[in-house]
Ligand binder design. Sequence first.
Ligand code: MN
Length: 157
Amino acid sequence: MTNRRRRRQDVPFGWEGVEVRPYKPDTGGDGGAPFKDLSRQVLFDRSDLACQVRLFDIEPGGHSTLERHQHAHAVIVLGGRGQCLVGEQVLDLRPHDLVEVGPWEWHQFLAAADDHLAFLCIVNRDRDRPQLPTAAQLDQLSLDPAVAAFLRLGSPP
Ligand code: MN
């Protein structure tokens, strides 16, 4: 029986009473934000709490949107393997890693080709909308070979 104060994990990365939603980026109505094979669950969302805790689960080879914004993210990897781009750094990810994304840092999360990547993301409840990179900003980011290789994995031609 579901207790509203304690919701148990009933399947891996799934909790009682928590809806698994297809990912929908909050960049507005343009629908142009590229992402692939990921789902989002909102685990905690209360009007009297200034943050939300969400769980993202990216399928093998999938990725989140490359974006930046004023608000920060605190990320805790729960399962699987992958990589992220934060600022100008590409980082390998494994369970229990902690990742900080600061204001206006470009960021994207990518699951390994043969594994999913599940992570908690703690974020301000009240937040600005993400910006997507322009072609010029993508070119600028791609000057670093490691970043260029990461971006190719996230958006193959
Ligand atoms: Mn973000």
